[in-house]
Ligand binder design. Structure first.
Ligand SMILES: [Zn+2]
Length: 387
């Protein structure tokens, strides 16, 4: 490609500029459709592809896990060849503790559930769990011999460590220790295979002692699909319970007459649809404030610095990739995505990562089973805003 003389800066601001090719959510997405999205990404100089297969991976060690519409080995190889042609680094993702419905729904694995009757969370204390997860990770890794990073997932696992089998360890180690021990073992396996592990941040954010159990080479993938401005009135205090539940919050004084004129319409919609008024900072509790208070920005509690945990993870010694979403987290309008919110989410992430200066970069995620072409505009925006 010949660069036009009008092209902006010739070196990128962020070293990781990626998007999420999600074959699990996008159940109908074929490889040729994925390649079209990859071509869009390459045209805006993106360089990373986070590939999530779920049950659409062509598992050979556990063939019963394959969905009816699973990709073939040849499909995966074609995807990797196209990614190489387009200059896109592929980071494969294999879930390893939660979001494993396609494993736990099989009768022979039902005993591995953390909660009877609920089929998305593994019990990390069960002796058969780690060998099973390692074999899945190993197989996905083997199909991506050139991948230098590997995503272990690990999101939405807050309810882990609650079963009677886990109880003695929970009393000894806490939930963070159980989660961190499990993810830390897997991260070391990934490192032993010569790759850097990546995990989603939300469970360690709720149980920060989990970070003590992870090798420092682990990359924290910090997702926040709510933030639309920096600063923002809205805080996701994952570790704190507000009125007995984890909630997204803003300071109650934003409810006073006239106050919300200070924010954009998109921000007002987010406050209305996702966030609860709370008496900040007191409602967050002493433990939360001791851990995270200094990262919330000088104007807290009225304003919160966007993505406040970015510097927290860095200060704990970890590299960070942040993730906005091109499609996800509810808020559909007449069955179509709320474009204004999603675009503001992407540009806020990109701006914060650039200003931070040490973030590895940004990977824009994609959820829901939608026509993949609906992602094109936000892939383009992600590429342009991260250069
Ligand atoms: Zn358990």
């Amino acid at each position: 490609m010949i660069e036009s003389p009008r092209e902006p800066a010739s070196t990128p601001s962020l070293s990781v500029r990626g998007f999420h090719l999600n074959f699990e959510s996008y159940q109908r997405m074929r490889v040729d459709e994925a390649v079209r999205l990859m071509e869009v990404a390459a045209s805006v100089r993106m360089n990373v592809l986070l590939v999530e297969y779920g049950p659409r991976f062509p598992f050979e060690s556990h063939p019963y896990l394959r969905a009816a519409n699973a990709l073939t080995v040849a499909d995966v190889e074609r995807l990797l060849a196209e990614a190489a042609r387009l200059g896109l680094e592929v980071i494969p993702l294999q879930q390893s503790i939660a979001h494993l419905e396609y494993v736990l729904r099989h009768e022979q694995h039902a005993g591995l559930r953390e909660r009877a009757g609920r089929d998305n969370l593994l019990c990390p204390t069960h002796p058969d769990v780690m060998p099973l997860v390692k074999s899945l990770v190993q197989e996905v890794m083997s199909r991506h011999p050139k991948a230098t990073r590997f995503h272990l997932g690990g999101d939405e696992a807050r309810k882990v460590g609650q079963c009677s089998r886990c109880e003695p360890r929970r009393r000894q180690l806490s939930v963070g220790g159980i989660y961190g021990g499990h993810m830390g073992d897997l991260a070391r396996m990934v490192l032993d295979n010569g790759r850097r592990p990546i995990i989603w941040d939300d469970t360690p954010c709720a149980f920060p002692d989990a970070l003590d159990y992870l090798p420092r080479e682990t990359i924290i993938n910090y997702w926040d699909y709510i933030v639309v401005a920096d600063p923002t009135p809205v805080l996701i205090p994952r570790m704190a319970h507000i009125d007995g539940a984890p909630r997204v919050v803003h300071d109650w004084r934003w409810m006073l007459p006239g106050r919300r004129k200070a924010v954009s319409e998109v921000q007002r919609d987010v406050m209305k649809n996702y966030s609860h008024a709370a008496r900040l900072p007191g409602a967050l509790g002493k433990r939360y404030l001791a851990e995270f208070g200094k990262y919330l920005g000088y104007a807290f509690p009225r304003w919160v610095r966007a993505l406040p945990y970015l510097e927290y993870y860095q200060d704990r010694g970890f590299d960070v990739i942040t993730s906005p979403t091109a499609m996800g987290n509810g808020d559909m309008v007449d069955g179509r995505p709320n474009i204004a919110r999603l675009e503001a989410n992407i540009t806020t992430h990109a701006k914060r990562c650039k200003e931070n200066g040490r973030a590895l970069g940004m990977i824009t995620t994609a959820w829901y089973n939608m026509p993949p072409e609906l992602l094109v505009d936000r892939i383009t925006l992600s590429g342009r805003s991260t250069w």
